[in-house]
Design a binder for this molecule. Structure first.
Ligand code: GLU
Length: 490
């Protein structure tokens, strides 16, 4: 059974690249009926942001990617930890890391390093000047452990570094990229325990993935260069490493790396802009993957069935926002009206100050524009004319070769006719049928009637059909708006 983990560092917001990792980890574990864990990697205390864990969890909940184990949101919306391999927050696991660091020190696989920041800086500068690969120069590598301990007892500060073998190669079979080989002499003597007593990412990730029985480590390509360090650590501990898959980087349309600065990369921003979770999941799953045929719309369930790491591209995946818009439009069009009303409820209340609309009516209002809008924000904005008739110029009431006088007569005729309709039958089908009969009876052209009617009801040149609008406006407001149009003409 596959166990995967999403291991975010709580640094503020969720980057779309992180969501891609989370989705992929989730899909791969679910395919085998396995577990998806969430572990919080907060060992870099300088990058911590208050509330970031809650934020991450809310975002994951919103897209429907719920961890089975580890850190998650409890019933009351508070952060909880679930599972028997915890704690799942690294800052709560310091004792565990210290034990494993001691083991490596004892076996000679790690050593204390007393080098000052200044010295390390100096070494790096020289290496750069000589065009050498940068990395630790091994200055403290041969200090005997007993001597190092004496220096520490005497008050000297130190970090612990892994004693990386300098010969041979480290190889592994990446599930996306195939065989990857690193020369050990290029693998740095990485710090594994910092002077503040916190482990570095490299030690913590290996210890935790092992103890939490992770079978597949699926993460972004930017972690590829860390993988040989991790494999060396697995070897030192004598542990079986998990399988690795490195997902392609996300790129801007100009093929540069998608960074924090270029465009919007925070998932939260897309939520705020009114994208649907279905669209975001589908769009992100399709960055660097497709099922190999024409199909593009996949629910989370369908993705679980069909997603496969073998079909993930090796090259970077372009983050194309037009495609996200396309997905959102498709999902908006297909969404049930009442469900849509439920989602837009608070946006509608906020924007139009409405308090007691039934979902049925609100759904009908939103249905007026749901085929045309790209985002929820745009949709809610586009139905504004229902709540507030926009000011418009009477010239747009004129249909083709017609004139204002004719428009006025037709509108007046419509008022007289609509006035006789009962409020009970005020639905778009009956209205369409009855007004159709009236048009025939009077011998008017359809456009000559329907166009000014549509404009009078919406105040817009381009708008949904007149009968749909009339239904949501109700009889009284429909007639009011026709009267307003007539007043504009006279
Ligand atoms: N904590 C790392 C991050 O912030 C996790 C990398 C990994 O998955 O190993 O993305």
């Amino acid at each position: 059974m596959i166990r995967t983990r999403f291991a975010p560092s709580p640094t503020g917001f969720m980057h779309v690249g992180n969501l891609k990792m989370a989705i992929t980890d989730y899909l791969i574990s679910k395919q085998s009926g396995g577990q998806f864990l969430l572990r919080v990697e907060d060992t870099d205390r300088t990058r911590m942001v208050e509330g970031a864990v809650e934020n991450l969890l809310h975002t994951l909940n919103w897209v429907g990617i719920i961890p089975d184990e580890g850190v998650k949101l409890g019933q009351d919306g508070k952060v909880v930890q679930v599972g028997d391999k915890g704690p799942y927050i690294q800052s709560e696991r310091l004792e565990i890391y210290h034990k494993y660091v001691d083991e490596l020190l004892g076996k000679g696989h790690a050593y204390y390093c007393f080098c000052s920041k200044e010295r390390l800086e100096e070494v790096r500068k020289k290496q750069e000047e000589n065009k050498q690969a940068t990395g630790y120069d091994g200055h403290c590598r041969d200090i005997i452990l007993a001597d190092a301990k004496k220096r520490i007892e005497a008050g000297e500060g130190a970090v612990v570094r892994m004693r990386t073998p300098k010969e041979g190669v480290t190889k592994f079979n990446d599930l996306i990229r195939g065989e990857v080989v690193f020369e050990n002499k290029l693998v740095d003597d990485q710090v594994i325990l910092k002077s503040d007593g916190f482990p570095t990412y490299h030690l913590a990730v290996v210890v935790d993935d092992h103890l939490m029985e992770i079978t597949h480590v699926i993460r972004g390509d930017e972690w590829m260069s860390s993988t040989p360090k991790h494999l060396v650590l697995y070897e030192m501990f004598g542990w079986q490493p998990p399988l690795f898959a490195h997902l392609p980087l996300l790129l801007n349309p100009d093929k540069s790396k998608l960074s924090k600065r270029q465009g919007d990369v925070a998932v939260e921003d897309y939520i705020k802009k009114g994208y649907l979770p279905e669209a975001i999941i589908n769009f992100i799953a399709f960055l660097g993957w497709n099922p190999g045929d024409e199909r593009e719309l996949f629910s989370l369930e369908e993705l679980i069935k069909e997603f496969s790491l073998e079909k993930v591209t090796k090259s970077g995946a372009v983050f194309n926002l037009e495609k996200l818009d396309w997905y959102n439009k498709e999902y908006l069009k297909r969404m049930d009206n009442e469900e849509l009303a439920g989602i837009c409820r608070s946006l509608m209340m906020e924007k139009y100050g409405i308090t007691n609309y039934e979902l049925g009516i609100m759904g009908k209002i939103l249905a007026l524009e749901k085929e045309r809008a790209t985002t929820l924000i745009e949709l809610v904005e586009n139905v504004k004319f229902v709540f507030e008739l926009p000011n418009y110029d009477s010239s747009i009431l004129i249909w083709k070769k017609s004139n204002l006088e004719e428009a006025k007569n037709i509108l007046q005729g419509l008022i007289n006719s609509l006035d006789t309709f009962s409020v009970q039958d005020w639905d778009k089908t009956t209205l369409e049928q009855k007004v159709g009969e009236w048009i025939k009876e009077k011998g008017f052209g359809n456009g000559n009637v329907l166009s000014p009617l549509r404009v009078a009801l919406s105040g817009q040149q381009n708008s949904p059909g007149p009968f749909e609008i009339a239904e949501v406006l109700g009889k009284e407001e429909t007639i009011n708006r026709l009267q307003t149009a007539i007043k504009k003409i006279t």
